[in-house]
Every structure is written in C-alpha cells, then in structure tokens.
Design a protein around this ligand. Structure first.
Ligand SMILES: C[S@@+](CC[C@H](N)C(=O)[O-])C[C@H]1O[C@@H](n2cnc3c(N)ncnc32)[C@H](O)[C@@H]1O
Ligand SMILES: Nc1nc2[nH]cc(C(=O)O)c2c(=O)[nH]1
Ligand code: SF4
Ligand SMILES: [Mg+2]
Length: 260
C-alpha cells in the first residue's frame, strides 16, 4: 500500500475556516466608548474564554447557546452586512463573545476592499497579528467585580500587535471602588492610550431573554444613573482629566433589547 499523498490534502489555513456567528444586526449606533453614536453594523461572534459575572451578552458566551451560533464564511458575512447597509460602507463592529477567538483576517480584508471600516471589542486575553488590520481596537480588560483575572502580558501583546496604524482605546466597566482602582491601574500601565469608563449595568439580560421588548422597565435605569454620577464625582475629585466617562447609550435607549 502506498503512503497517503500529502498533496491530496487541502491546506487548512485561517483563510478558509468558518467564523462562528451569534448574530449580525444593524445599522444601529455604537453605544459605547470611542465611536459612541456612530452608525455601525454589529457582527457578533459566538464563544468566549471568559465568563464575567455581569456579562450582558451571555447568549454569545454560554455554550448552552452554541446551537444558535452558525459557522459562516467571510463572504457570506459580508453579503449579510451589505444587505443591511444597502451597500453603503460604514464601520463594522466586531464583538462577541470574544471575537479574537475567531479567524477574522479574511473578513477584514474583504470588507476593507469594499470600503468598510472595522472596529473590534475584546477583553485583551488573546492577541492576534491581524489586530494590525483593524481601524479601531477597543481593549476592555475586566475589573475585579467580573470575577476574571487579567493577563497583563496578553493585554500588552494586543497593543503591540495592533501597532501604530490602529487606533487603540481602553474601556473599563466600573461597578465599585475596587473596579475604579483597577481602571486607574490599567491607565497607569498604559498612559498613552485613551481611557473610557463605563458604569456597569447590574441588571443585564438573562441569556434566554431573546424576545425582550424595548422597555426601560427591564433595567434599573435609576441605579445605573446613580453609578454614572458617582463615577463622574470620582473622576472629578481625583482630577483624572484624561478619562472619558460614558454610559452604554444603547442601554439607555432600548434597555436590554437584543439586536440594537
Ligand atoms: C459583551 S462584551 C463583548 C466583547 C468582549 N468580550 C469584551 O468583553 O470586551 C462588549 C462590552 O460590553 C461590556 N459589558 C458587558 N456586560 C456589561 C454590563 N453588565 N454593564 C456594562 N458593560 C458591560 C464589556 O465589558 C465590553 O466592554
Ligand atoms: N448599540 C450597541 N452598541 C454596543 N457597543 C458594544 C456592544 C456589544 O455588545 O459589544 C453593543 C451593542 O450590542 N449594541
Ligand atoms: S469577556 Fe465580554 S463577552 Fe466574555 S463574558 Fe466577559 S463581558 Fe461577556
Ligand atoms: Mg452589549
């Protein structure tokens, strides 16, 4: 019997690997951080290496929901984005789950060929060389209240690999004094990067809540605003004038509604 031919094998590269998609929606506005208010289409990948205690997107994290994550090619994703945007290029926001788990370089190349721009949100636990192809990289390392532990070397690698041509910003969710101290530590470690502080929503949706209507009764809006005011006071009293404090705009508008 002859040895199996190596040439007969299809090379497995990231270029033809499917991307696990939880949902694609928009155009809507970016509700958080650096691009807040900008029209965007969201491409949300399925699966995460973290499990934050207060995650507001468990349907893209909890493996119980993996049956709802579809493997898609880069071109199928772009076709859906183009249908949503009417073919007019805009910023595509890659989120998750942790989108850094997925092979996204082909999608980014394909979209850029057609004039789309790419922003990506990740916790900074996995660094990829294709971060350099992004227009905006938002690194959102997780504070103590999340129950997660920061790998400071991985966070540094994300910044290093994104390089000079990508706008890199930091975004830390803050629930309490410990989280605030953590945000200061992140800023001290990376003084050159813009820092966005976001008050935590202590009333995130349960994972199974896919039919929630747009009602602010789902969230403790007063509680989130109390935290927002407390955060503004902290920053002001500390004379931390490099920080930007922003609530989750989409949560104030739509509550916990999915797909907006
Ligand atoms: C759902 S995550 C997905 C991307 C990535 N896994 C990450 O955490 O950066 C997107 C953003 O939502 C934030 N977020 C998640 N749950 C939140 C909550 N309950 N209140 C405020 N922000 C939250 C995260 O910290 C992150 O900045
Ligand atoms: N409008 C809107 N803005 C967002 N910014 C970050 C989001 C996310 O879930 O990653 C998000 C989202 O789900 N919707
Ligand atoms: S890292 Fe992001 S998606 Fe993953 S559990 Fe935390 S907030 Fe949710
Ligand atoms: Mg969200």
């Amino acid at each position: 019997m002859s040895a199996p031919s190596l040439q007969a094998k299809t090379p497995v590269t990231s270029n033809n690997s499917p991307i696990r998609i939880s949902e694609i929606f928009g155009p809507t506005i970016q509700g958080e951080g650096f691009l807040v208010g900008k029209p965007t289409v969201f491409v949300r990948t399925g699966g995460c290496d973290y499990r934050c205690s207060w995650c507001d997107t468990l349907h893209a994290v909890d493996s119980e929901y993996r049956h709802s994550w579809a493997p898609m090619t880069a071109s199928a994703i772009m076709m859906q984005v183009e249908a949503l945007s009417g073919g007019t290029p805009l910023t595509i926001s890659l989120s998750g789950g942790n989108p850094a788990i997925q092979p996204l370089s082909e999608l980014i190349a394909l979209g850029k060929e057609n004039g789309y721009r790419f922003a990506l949100e990740t916790q900074g636990s996995l660094a990829k060389d294709w971060f350099a192809d992004l227009d905006v990289l938002t690194l959102s390392p997780k504070p103590p209240s999340s129950g997660m532990k920061t790998d400071w070397d991985a966070l540094y690698d994300c910044i290093r690999l994104a390089g000079q041509d990508t706008d890199i910003v930091l975004k830390v969710v803050v629930f309490d004094d410990e989280d605030y101290a953590y945000a200061r530590e992140v800023a001290d470690r990376h003084p050159d990067l813009p820092m966005y502080l976001q008050p935590g929503n202590h009333t995130p949706p349960p994972a199974e809540d896919d039919k929630a209507e747009s009602t602010l009764a789902q969230i403790d809006l007063d509680g989130i605003m109390v935290r927002m005011r407390w955060l503004i006071d902290k920053v002001s009293n500390d004379r931390w004038f490099d920080a930007t404090v922003l609530p989750q705009l989409h949560t104030l508008i739509w509550g916990n509604l999915r797909g907006v």
